[in-house]
Design a protein. Sequence first.
Length: 223
Amino acid sequence: MLRLFCAFKVGIQGYFCIIAYPLMKIKETFLLLLLFCTAFAATSQQTILDRFQANVRNGQVFLNWTIIQGSTCNGINIMRSIDSLNFFEIGDIEGVCGSLLEPVNYNFTDRKPFANRKNFYRLELGDVGSSKIITIEVISLNDEGFYVFPNPVDITTRIYFTNSRFQIAELKLFNINGAMGQQLFSQDDFFDLDLSGFNAGMYFFLIYTQDNSSPLSGKIIVQ
């Protein structure tokens, strides 16, 4: 005679059950149950969300996600971290989320993310579990219109600036004697500089963009 064990209730999706043979030991039954629990949790976390994305605009992070048709959860907690390990809640959506009849879109705005570093986000989907972790870097430019990190620099550094139309921008790097050491072009809103062959000291840069009537100017210290 087979025995049916209904271990616990999983959301509104019903009870999670396993079938055990009468001669199966208690330890073996427990291990089988644990295996099924782990597999179910991993599957449910991946399948309830169709997408989970983050975008940055004007120093704010806009999160958006979709719960697929036929899936629901009991409330959503929006979590943030700066190390991908320790998360804390920055917002919540109460009540039943999702729908049995159609996909449901959600969004949340993080108005005060950590500037000039990576921000990690995760969703706690009620009794279903956690979403995957997504990350996005939030850059805050200084009053001169750029941000250099790292600075001082050992080998490589990145200079961020405004290039709203993503047109060709030009960077020129000079030593203290005025000799040009590098000339770079970019259609992004940053330049990556490899300074491994440069002597230690102070260097000056100019960035020419169509967003600025005059070039941006700043300095980099090579260690």
